[in-house]
Design a protein around this ligand. Structure first.
Ligand SMILES: Cc1cc2nc3c(=O)[nH]c(=O)nc-3n(C[C@H](O)[C@H](O)[C@H](O)COP(=O)(O)O)c2cc1C
Length: 168
């Protein structure tokens, strides 16, 4: 599926729909292997003078090891009308237990030495600019209790958007 590069401001879709409703697959490479997981939390914005993506990954995720090992990652936006079951698979099974990419039948391509999925309609290739472990203080007690009772805390990764690819 051929893709062309567009500017981030040409995305033209609500980030609330893209990430929150349609979901994204975060993919990264470690020692030549790629892993990916589903995410429905995150944001797109501007930080440190550049367009960026922010993702929130719990420390238990296998994908975290790949994110920590790689200078880059991709956010892959697949059409949920076609790929909802694939998105659910990537969001419920760990790459520790299965080769999710092989099982799903998705095809990996690379841009900027970063793996992404050929089946994605839109891809953001991001270069890690910073990562921060969310502290257990500084949030409402109900947020802390609801989301962090198990202490499986989130790391926020801020990635500068190097490239936006869209299916033509
Ligand atoms: C709809 C949906 C959204 C998710 N969003 C996130 C998220 O934003 N951050 C996160 O850490 N896990 C999220 N998950 C859970 C991971 O995708 C899931 O634990 C996955 O199996 C991790 O795979 P891995 O161990 O191969 O990294 C989400 C799961 C689903 C189904």
């Amino acid at each position: 599926m051929a893709k062309q590069e567009i500017a981030p401001e040409q995305l033209g879709r609500s980030v609330f729909e893209m990430i929150g409703k349609d979901w994204t697959l975060i993919a990264a490479k470690k020692e030549g292997r790629t892993n990916a997981m589903t995410a429905s939390w995150g944001g797109l914005g501007v930080l440190w003078g550049r367009d960026c993506a922010m993702i929130f990954v719990r420390k238990s995720r296998y994908t975290k090891e790949f994110l920590d090992a790689s200078p880059t990652f991709s956010l892959n936006f697949l059409d949920p009308k076609t790929y909802r079951s694939v998105q659910n698979y990537f969001g419920t099974v760990s790459g520790r237990d299965a080769d999710k990419i092989a099982v799903s039948g998705l095809h990996v391509e690379e841009a900027e030495d970063t793996p992404y999925f050929a089946e994605a309609g839109t891809v953001l290739v991001c270069r890690k600019a910073g990562h921060f472990d969310l502290p257990e203080s500084g949030m409402l007690p109900e947020v802390q209790q609801k989301w962090y009772a198990e202490h499986d805390d989130h790391t926020m990764y801020v990635g500068w958007i190097e490239k936006v690819l869209r299916e033509v």
